[in-house]
Design a protein around this ligand. Structure first.
Ligand code: UD1
Ligand code: MG
Length: 452
């Protein structure tokens, strides 16, 4: 039971971006949302995010997940917390940074528990670093308590040699924090209100300040530039891939597989090289996702086989195979045991169980029944240059090769379409449709210039 306060008002100048830093993404999720989610999983009952720089573009990303406080001028980390003062309750408050997405929920929880067990007024989350450059250094007293934090720019040579650093994350007693904020002054090298100075203030008031040292330094990696962004991506991707592997998913070459934070994958599914799984994709059990596939917000049942294909915002039933080189565009509901073969594009279709679309076909805006067989080179002509039209094709229809459906048309159950037909009229159930000119043979013709 605690409040989480996330500082995310900074400029992020070093990202060299039009976007504020905290909405850049790692594994498909914004930096600040990683921190919000970790807070929630750790048990935060209130999450407040302090935003400022380009707040209008951060707000829509987080307003469903967190409360917002605005710091319109960035006068330091202490000042940022002051801007959220009205939201700070007297209970436990965890302060985190919006650009530190690798922090784990378990770590937040453990720090909160440590803080309570020690009876601390404030607990700093610290780490040991071989190279502490740029970080605030932790100055500990003989009894192990934290005396103060000294920023790099304010540190003496002796203090600069300290290896224990401030992660920028803290647990506070809310009432004490509010007291100390009231006494903060910007008397330092940067002329900023340092949140870290509250510790010294609290200690002066006889309060107990502790340090909780973590062992995995990856968790406190702050992101300031695109290099660090890519490093965080690699660490997070490894965590995500390991999570799925531990759940029974085979990932043949994890370094080349990108899986979003929100994806779900069933056991005994096999993922080959160079696969990207984006957004809220759900993959069932016993699927095979072969090389070079990209799935975005896709829903796959069990036993689905996808080879070198793209699937976007569509659902695929059990036992269906897609590809190689198929393009499943948004809005498709594809049934069970369907074949969507090579060089097939489907868009905004409902496709019944057992239907085969084996090769070189475009089907758009169509309702297609069960066990339909599409010959090679079928095309729905669904667009007249202005409007889109839907066609309906019944069950058990046989579509000969090179058929065009000039939408809207309705094809009855069990209909049979001769190859090369351009269908412009509805076809009744169980009928043969032939819509092509008859072949004429000129016998004994002498015009073949090619023939020797
Ligand atoms: C801070 C700590 C330092 C610690 C380091 C860890 C202070 C004074 N120093 O330094 O001890 O080792 O983090 O990374 O706190 N922010 C605001 N408003 C502001 C200023 C900052 O919201 O006015 C936010 C930033 O967006 C960022 C976080 O606070 O998410 C940390 O700010 P930053 O300027 O990066 O602090 P550091 O100088 O790195
Ligand atoms: Mg920083």
């Amino acid at each position: 039971m605690f409040t989480s306060l996330i500082l995310a008002a900074g400029m992020g100048t070093r990202m060299k971006s039009k976007m504020p830093k905290v909405i850049h993404k790692v594994c498909g999720k914004e930096l600040v949302r990683w921190v919000i989610d970790a807070s929630r999983v750790a048990g935060a009952d209130e999450v407040i995010t302090v935003i400022g720089h380009k707040a209008d573009s951060v707000r829509p990303v987080i307003e469903n997940d967190a409360r917002i406080a605005i710091q319109s001028e960035q006068l330091g980390t202490g000042h940022a917390v002051m801007m959220a003062k009205e939201h700070i309750t007297d209970g436990c408050v965890v302060i985190l940074a919006g650009d530190t997405p690798l922090i784990r929920a378990e770590t937040i929880k453990a720090a909160v528990e440590y803080h309570a067990a020690q009876g601390n007024s404030a607990t700093v989350i610290t780490a040991e670093m071989d190279d502490a450059t740029g970080y605030g250094r932790i100055v500990r007293g003989a009894d192990g308590s934290v005396l103060r934090i000294v920023e790099q720019k304010d540190a003496s040579e002796e203090e600069k040699a300290i290896k224990e650093i401030n992660s920028g994350m803290y647990v506070f007693d809310g009432a004490d924090l509010k007291d100390a904020l009231g006494k903060l002054t910007p008397n330092n090298a940067q002329g900023e209100y340092y949140l870290t100075d509250t510790l010294e203030i609290l200690r002066g008031d006889g309060k107990k300040i502790g340090g909780y040292t973590i062992s995995d330094n990856d968790e406190i990696r702050g992101i300031n530039n695109r290099v660090q962004l890519s490093e965080a991506e690699a660490v997070m991707q490894e965590r995500i891939n390991k999570y799925h592997m531990m759940n029974g998913v085979t990932i043949i070459e994890p370094k080349s597989v990108f899986i979003s934070a929100d994806a779900e994958i069933g056991a005994d599914t096999i993922i080959a090289s160079n696969v990207t799984i984006e957004g809220e994709t759900k993959i069932g059990e016993d699927c095979v996702i072969e090389m070079g596939s990209k799935l975005t917000d896709a829903q796959l049942g069990d036993g689905v086989h996808v080879t070198s294909s793209v699937i976007i915002k569509s659902s695929i039933g059990d036992g269906t195979s897609v590809g190689p080189f198929a393009y499943v565009r948004p809005g498709c509901r594809i049934g069970k045991n369907v074949k969507v073969g090579d060089f097939v594009e489907v868009k905004n279709d409902v496709i019944g169980d057992g239907t085969k679309i084996s090769h070189l076909t475009y089907l758009g805006d169509s309702d297609i029944g069960k066990n339909v067989n599409f010959g090679c080179g079928t095309v729905t002509c669904n667009y007249d240059g202005k409007d889109k039209f839907r066609s309906t094709i019944g069950n058990d229809v046989f579509v000969g090769c090179n058929t065009n459906f000039v939408s809207p048309v309705k094809v009855g159950d069990g209909a049979y379409i001769a190859a090369g037909s351009t269908i412009t009229d509805d076809i009744p159930d169980k009928s043969l449709a032939i819509a092509r000119s008859r072949q004429t043979n000129k016998t004994d013709w002498k015009g073949n210039k090619y023939a020797k």
